[in-house]
Design a protein around this ligand. Structure first.
Ligand code: PLP
Length: 376
């Protein structure tokens, strides 16, 4: 099988998988226990926290482990808006992942003031977004890189436009480990991360919460993670996350170069061989992840059939978001960048990783051409 759905999830790195094993068997202690089995787990968790913190230039105390991007986004939005009452309004962009979009809808249904900032045809938030802020005590939650089309936002420029009473969150699930992130240069107060997008295990991620912020958790239970995320930590998952981060940081440049070559080859072959195609991912490398290429097709609205036919020839691709796959709903991201409902239903997202090859790209484009020609 050719796997081109690395933005949905990646194959766990073999070395990471084996390194996690002992922490589920012989070293099974609870990190909160006082005896050596527990202390051993505590030590590795704190080492991982340090390494993950340093990967984004944060302090270890600013890293809270969660089950992944969805939980981090929910916890940050709901804590800032409700439990901690840091803000009395919330603004997000029109292309956020559902893990930000839906909590925002829920907050709005509870009477919370919310606003949505539109984007341009490349998926960049329109410059006048501050005018839409419902109040000066606002949480701004703009994703760092989009999971469907790959657009990178200029998060670093956001904070200087905000009143001092506002806070800035970015969902960095797709960008973390792929492009450099420095929380000081980005001026963010909160950031969400996940391990399984960078060859780590599923079910583990983290949130960065800037020091000094009075963060109250909506999850009650044990006092783990400085009372900010109750629940027994998993040393196995945390070690897997740490190793994935270490490898991603070390190989970032090489992986970037490799994926950009795949992306560029696919882009030029599609332009050459599939005249019905429209490429929705921006051309400019400076505002685009190396890992994503999103394509839609004129006169074709049956995206699910394209995915099924690709699957039948052994190629795994998606329509952009694993959550909407199968639902036949047009993508809200593609609608936001100006595609019609029909076009937004028939997108294919190829997403690359370090293990994909140019030969795979070439074969996949030719298979896609055959399928699109047969449907046109
Ligand atoms: N945010 C973005 C931008 C994503 O792409 C994803 C997953 O696709 C998530 C959040 C959810 O992350 P997780 O699967 O770790 O819950």
């Amino acid at each position: 099988m050719m796997y081109f759905d690395n933005s949905a999830t990646t194959r766990i790195d073999e070395e990471i998988f084996f390194a996690m094993m002992p922490w589920m068997q012989e070293k099974f202690g609870n990190a909160s226990s006082p005896y050596s089995l527990g202390r051993q787990a505590r030590v590795v968790i704190e080492e991982a926290r340090e390494e993950i913190a340093s990967s984004i230039n944060a302090h270890p105390a600013e890293i809270i482990f969660t089950s992944g991007g969805t939980e981090s986004n929910n916890a940050i939005l709901k804590s800032a808006c409700i439990e901690s009452s840091l803000v009395d309004s919330l603004i997000i962009s029109s292309i956020e992942h559902h893990a930000v979009e839906y909590p925002t809808e829920w907050l709005a249904s509870q009477g919370f003031r919310t606003a949505i900032a539109p984007v341009d045809a490349l998926g960049r938030i329109l410059p006048d977004w501050q005018k839409l802020m419902p109040s000066a005590r606002c949480l701004v939650s703009f994703m760092h890189a989009n999971n469907e089309i790959g657009t990178i936002q200029d998060i670093a420029s956001v904070k200087s436009l905000l009143p001092e009473t506002s806070y800035l969150h970015t969902d960095a699930v797709q960008s973390y480990g792929k492009i450099p992130i420095d929380i000081d240069k980005m001026h963010v107060d909160f950031l969400s991360m996940s391990a399984h997008k960078i060859h780590g295990p599923k079910g583990i991620g983290a949130m960065f919460i800037r020091k000094g912020i009075d963060f109250k958790s909506h999850q009650q239970g044990g006092g783990q993670e400085r009372n900010r995320r109750a629940g027994t930590e998993s040393p196995a998952l945390i070690i897997g996350f740490q190793m994935a981060v270490r490898k991603a940081m070390k190989e970032m440049e090489a992986r970037d170069k490799h994926m950009r070559a795949l992306q560029s080859q696919m882009r030029s072959m599609i332009s050459q061989h599939i005249p019905q195609a429209r490429i929705n991912t921006p051309m400019d490398d400076a505002i685009t992840l190396p890992s994503i290429l999103n394509i839609s097709f004129s006169k074709i609205s049956d995206g699910e059939s394209i995915l099924q036919l690709m699957d039948m020839v052994g190629i795994a691709v998606s329509n952009g978001s694993a959550c909407v796959s199968g639902s036949q709903q047009p993508s809200h991201v593609l609608q936001a960048i100006g595609l019609s409902d029909k076009e937004a239903k028939a997108a294919v997202r190829f997403s690359f990783c370090k293990d994909n090859t140019i030969e795979e790209v070439e074969m996949a484009v030719m298979q896609l051409k055959t399928i699109i020609d047969s449907m046109s």
